[in-house]
Design a protein around this ligand. Structure first.
Ligand code: BGC
Length: 441
């Protein structure tokens, strides 16, 4: 059993890189901008290159994971992360930097869902929520690490180090994954039953391995693995749930806070850059701590209660934030902004943050899991990209009150959506969940 956690620790380095590499650029840009004399448009391109790469990566990753295996794909992303980190640290021009960030982005986009898929397929049902959400914990640790690294290398403006240190977790991922087994479910589906059984024997108590293999095979036998299977009527609902949660996770504004927190704090009248950076770290710490709380509750309370409480709390925090900005008094606004942003990120971390990634690793039938997770992940990165591009103009043009109360309204709709359609998956095997949708393909 313990071995599953070792494997999970290695695979979760993908999450660490996801968080670090999406978080690191904002600090580095402070110095890259003057060095390469970037225009505002170029700043936008450098910032969003990784998100654009991730959007592209999420399209190709699913088919690849279904064809060559989950572990092999994660290994490839390990190589891409290493190459991208080294290239971005050495960048001699803006174009070079954009290309390196695109490479890292592709790796992020693929790893963002192939890692949870791999973790889900290797976990026992009893603690699958915890194990898959370890990836989300790693994302939040990566974001916090990016804030800390930016702070540490800020004196002297050493932006090459800020981006380059990403090579350390990339190497751990690459070397560590060489020693982990392939997903038993992918092996079974590809007709390699003996290898699947051998892996299950490594990660389960002896009597459970063959029982689990039999269950995987009977579920896999019930469906034909074709991409066109995505259009099967039985898959409509799981696709609506995955894409719906994907879009909701982003258009309720999480990354406007993760990527732009210091700007929001300054806009709220916080005195000095140091105070804003400190408050931003507070947000990063709240994100990590509440993700740990979620981890402990996912397999006990279940996915649904956490999602609903999290969404309700996000709406309340956004309303408070809007009221704070509307009040107009600088001192009060800065205090209210700090409290409400910490609360907002905390509620995201117990709900939409982990539950989205856990849910999409559970609700799709094995035969189309890669392709279906690709679709949901694409929706997630694409929405992320759009929000990141639009938010600075939104806040400059319409102001923070409109922006944040807009996110609150979307949050209310998201709550209603989740209440109606999101199922409870706690404690059930992936094959039981699969049967719920009927014959899928
Ligand atoms: C989201 C990211 C976000 C992160 C924050 C993830 O679940 O997909 O977009 O930056 O959580 O912790």
């Amino acid at each position: 059993m313990g071995i599953v956690y070792v494997i999970a620790g290695v695979a979760a380095c993908a999450g660490l890189l996801f968080g670090f590499d999406t978080g690191a650029i904002s600090g580095a840009l402070l110095f890259i901008r003057p060095e390469f004399r970037l225009s505002p448009l170029q700043v936008g391109v450098v910032t969003s290159a990784a998100l654009a790469g991730a959007t592209a990566g999420s399209i190709v990753g699913g088919a690849l994971a279904d064809r060559i295996g989950r572990r092999t794909v994660i290994l490839i992303t390990g190589v891409l992360f290493c190459v991208g980190s080294i290239l971005s640290a050495l960048a001699a021009s803006a174009g070079w930097l954009v290309l390196s960030r695109l490479i890292i982005g592709v790796a992020i986009g693929i790893a963002s869902f192939v890692a949870p898929m791999y973790l889900s397929e290797i976990s026992p049902p009893r603690n699958r929520g915890l194990i898959v959400a370890l990836n989300q914990l790693a994302i939040t640790l990566g974001i916090l690490a990016a804030y800390v690294v930016a702070y540490a290398f800020e004196p002297g403006g050493r932006w090459r180090w800020m981006l380059g240190v990403g090579v350390v977790p990339a190497l751990i991922l690459l070397v560590g994954m060489l020693f982990t087994p392939e997903s038993p479910r992918w092996l079974a589906r590809s007709g390699r039953q003996e290898q699947a059984l051998a892996v299950l024997r490594r990660v389960r108590p002896p009597d459970q391995a063959s029982v689990e293999l039999a269950e995987i095979l009977s579920a896999a036998g019930a469906s034909e693995g074709r991409l066109s299977g995505l259009l099967a009527p039985a898959l409509r609902m799981p696709l609506v749930i995955g894409v719906g949660l994907a879009v909701l996770q982003q258009i309720t504004g999480i990354n406007t806070v993760i990527y732009y927190a210091p700007i929001i704090f300054q806009r709220a009248g916080m005195p000095g850059a140091a105070a804003s950076i400190l408050a931003t770290m507070g947000v990063g710490v709240a994100n990590v701590i509440m993700t740990i709380v979620a981890l402990m509750l996912l397999d006990r309370a279940g996915r649904r209660p956490l999602l609903l409480v999290g969404e309700a709390g996000m709406v309340a925090s956004l309303v408070l934030l809007s009221v704070g900005f509307a009040s107009g008094s600088q001192g009060a606004t800065a205090t209210i902004a700090t409290v409400s942003l910490v609360a907002y990120v905390g509620f995201f971390a117990i709900g939409l943050g982990p539950v989205f990634w856990v849910m999409i690793s559970e609700i799709y039938p094995l035969s189309v899991r890669g392709a279906a997770m690709s679709v949901a992940t694409f929706a997630n990165w694409f929405s992320n990209l759009v929000v990141a591009l639009v938010f600075p103009s939104l806040i400059a043009g319409l102001g923070p009150v409109v922006a944040f109360s807009g996110f609150a309204v979307i949050g209310v709709l998201g709550f209603l959506f989740s209440f109606r359609v999101v199922p409870e998956t706690r404690g059930r095997t992936l094959e039981e969940i699969e049967r719920q949708w009927g014959r899928a393909t």
